[in-house]
Design a protein around this ligand. Structure first.
Ligand SMILES: [Zn+2]
Length: 493
C-alpha cells in the first residue's frame, strides 16, 4: 500500500502521527512524495483556513473548493460523488468504445467488457451512491453503443445479452446486477462482523453515510437477477421465447447447440446478426405485418407466396432451395466428406471446408468414397443418391450418409425421414456388394445451428472426431444462414 490517510482530533496530534509515519518511512528507507501530500483542517464539519499554522513538512492545504485523489476517488471532507461518478462514466465508455472498435471476436469483446470495462464501475460499488435508475440508464447506454457498433440488434432479446454463453446468452455483465450483488455482499460482510471491534463502530456510525447504510435496520436488499430468473423471462417472451423452447426440446443437444457462442470466434457483428435471426426480429414482411403492424402485405419477395416469415426465409422458401439452401447443405456435406477422405488416407492435405471440392469417386485399398453419385441397382429405387457413400473394405461395411439442414422443430423428423428414405437402397446395396452391414447415417443440423442429441452417435459410427466436427458444421451452417438472410433482405420487398 502506498496511499495513507491520517485522521487526528487536532493539529498537534496530527503532527505526532506524521512524526510516527515519517520515522517509520525512514526506517524502511521509503521517501515521502511531499508534493503529492495535502492536509485539510475541519472544525465542526466546516473546512477552515490553515493559515498561520506551522507546517513542518510544507504540505499544501486544501481549500473548500479543492479535491484530492485518494484511492482513485476525488475527495475532500467527503467523496465528491457527482464528479467522481462522471469521471468513472467517462473512463467506462471510453474503454467500451475501445473494445468495440477492436478486432476481437464477439465472444472476446464480451470478455474484455467484463474484465476490463466493468471493473471501472464495480470498484465504486458500495462507495459511491448509485441509484437503480442511474444504473439502468447506464446498462441501456451500453446496449445503445453496442447497437451503434452493430453488435446487438435493437429488437433482440435483452435477457440473452446478460445470460452466460453456456446458457445461450452473450455473457455480458449488467451494471445493475453487479452493483446490487456487491452492495448486498458488502453489507452482509459487515453485519456478520458486528460485535467485532471497529466493525461495530462503523456499523453504528453509518446512518446513511455510505451507500451501504449499515445502521439502517429497515434496509431491504435490492433485487439481484439470477441466471434462472433471466431464463424464465426469455422463455416467457412471445417472439424471443420460440428459440428458447426449441433449444430445450428433449431431442436437442443444448450444450453443443451453444458451442458457437462459446468457441465459435465469430465477429461481434455476425454474432449479433445470428442472435437476431434466432430471436426472429429480422424485418421480414411477416414481421412488419404482425409485429410492427405497419400494413405490409405478407408475401415472400422471392417466391411470391404468402407468408414471408423468417422461418420461411431460412429454410422454407421454394425459390431458394436449389441455390441458397443447397449451397449451405453442400458446405456441411463437404466437411463430412473431407473428414472421411482424410481418415481413410484418400487425401493428404486438409483444405478449409469452403475451398474443398470433393472428387466424385475416391478409392484405395482401405475404402471407396462416393460424392453425390447415383447407385445403379438391379431393381429401380427412386432414392438412390445419398450425399456420400462410404465402403469400408476392412470391416466390409457400407455407410449411406445424407445431410439435412431443416428448421429447428423438424430436427428429429429429418433424421427419421432420411432413415426411411434410404431403407430400400440399404437392403439392395448390401445384397449387391455383399457387405456385412449397411448403415444409414443422417447428419442433421438445424438452420439456426441446433444440434440433435443423435448427431454425436452418428459421427462416432463413422469413426470421426464428433466434437470438432459438430462445431465446424454448426459454424458453417450459421454463417451461411446469416449470408442467406442478408442476401434475401437485399432483394426489393
Ligand atoms: Zn419464398
Amino acid at each position: 500500500m502506498d496511499d495513507l490517510k491520517l485522521f487526528a482530533p487536532n493539529y498537534t496530534q496530527l503532527l505526532e502521527l506524521l512524526q510516527i509515519t515519517s520515522d517509520f518511512s525512514n526506517a524502511i528507507r521509503m521517501e515521502f512524495g511531499t508534493d503529492k501530500c495535502a492536509a485539510v483542517h475541519v472544525e465542526k464539519g466546516k473546512i477552515t483556513s490553515s493559515e498561520g499554522t506551522d507546517n513542518p513538512l510544507n504540505f499544501r492545504t486544501l481549500s473548500e473548493a479543492e479535491t484530492y485523489r485518494y484511492l482513485g476517488m476525488s475527495q475532500n471532507v467527503g467523496v465528491d460523488e457527482g464528479s467522481v461518478k462522471q469521471s468513472v462514466r467517462d473512463v467506462f465508455f471510453d474503454r467500451l468504445t475501445k473494445v468495440l472498435n477492436s478486432l476481437l471476436s464477439g465472444a472476446n469483446k464480451a470478455r474484455a467488457y467484463n474484465c476490463w470495462v466493468m471493473p471501472v464501475l464495480t470498484y465504486t460499488f458500495g462507495i459511491l451512491r448509485w441509484t437503480q435508475t442511474e444504473l439502468d440508464a447506464l446498462d441501456r447506454k451500453v446496449r445503445t453503443v453496442m447497437t451503434s457498433h452493430r453488435m446487438h440488434h435493437p429488437r433482440s432479446s435483452i435477457m440473452r445479452l446478460y445470460l452466460p454463453r453456456k446458457h445461450g446468452g452473450r455473457g455480458l455483465l449488467s451494471a445493475l446486477t453487479m452493483h446490487n450483488r456487491e452492495v448486498c455482499s458488502l453489507r452482509s460482510y459487515y453485519l456478520a462482523k458486528s460485535g467485532d471491534g471497529i466493525h461495530t463502530d462503523v456499523i453504528s456510525c453509518d446512518k446513511e453515510l455510505t451507500p451501504l447504510s449499515l445502521a439502517n435496520e429497515q434496509w431491504q436488499d435490492p433485487a439481484v437477477q439470477s441466471v434462472s430468473d433471466r431464463e424464465a423471462i426469455w422463455k416467457e417472451k412471445e417472439l424471443h421465447g420460440r428459440f428458447y423452447k426449441a433449444l430445450h426440446e428433449p431431442f436437442v443437444d443444448t450444450v453443443s447447440s451453444h458451442h458457437w457462442l462459446r468457441f465459435g470466434d465469430l465477429f461481434g457483428e455476425t454474432e449479433g446478426f445470428v442472435c437476431a435471426i434466432q430471436d426472429q426480429v429480422i424485418k421480414t414482411n411477416n414481421y412488419r405485418r404482425y409485429i410492427l403492424k405497419d400494413g405490409t402485405v405478407d408475401i415472400c419477395r422471392a417466391c411470391r407466396r404468402p407468408g414471408e416469415s423468417l422461418r420461411h426465409v431460412i429454410s422454407g422458401c421454394s425459390a431458394l432451395s436449389n441455390t441458397e439452401y443447397l449451397h449451405r447443405h453442400n458446405l456441411v456435406a463437404r466437411i463430412v466428406h473431407q473428414e472421411l477422405a482424410l481418415k481413410y488416407g484418400l487425401l493428404d492435405v486438409r483444405l478449409p471446408y469452403y475451398k474443398y471440392v470433393p472428387e466424385a469417386v475416391l478409392e484405395n485399398n482401405r475404402a471407396r468414397l462416393y460424392w453425390d453419385r447415383s447407385i445403379i441397382t438391379d431393381r429401380t429405387i427412386p432414392a438412390n443418391k445419398p450425399d456420400i457413400v462410404l465402403m469400408d473394405r476392412a470391416q466390409s461395411g457400407i455407410f449411406l450418409v445424407d445431410i439435412a439442414i431443416p428448421h429447428d422443430e423438424n430436427l428429429e423428423n429429418a433424421a427419421t425421414e432420411k432413415k426411411r428414405k434410404y431403407l430400400d437402397l440399404a437392403h439392395e446395396v448390401s445384397d449387391m456388394w455383399g457387405s456385412l452391414s449397411t448403415e444409414i447415417i443422417p447428419i442433421v443440423v438445424s438452420a439456426n445451428g441446433l444440434i440433435p442429441v443423435s448427431l454425436s452417435g452418428y459421427l462416432r459410427r463413422l469413426g470421426l472426431r464428433d466434437g470438432v466436427l459438430r462445431a465446424q458444421m454448426q459454424k458453417a451452417v450459421l454463417l451461411d444462414t446469416a449470408r442467406i438472410v442478408r442476401r434475401f433482405l437485399s432483394l426489393s420487398p
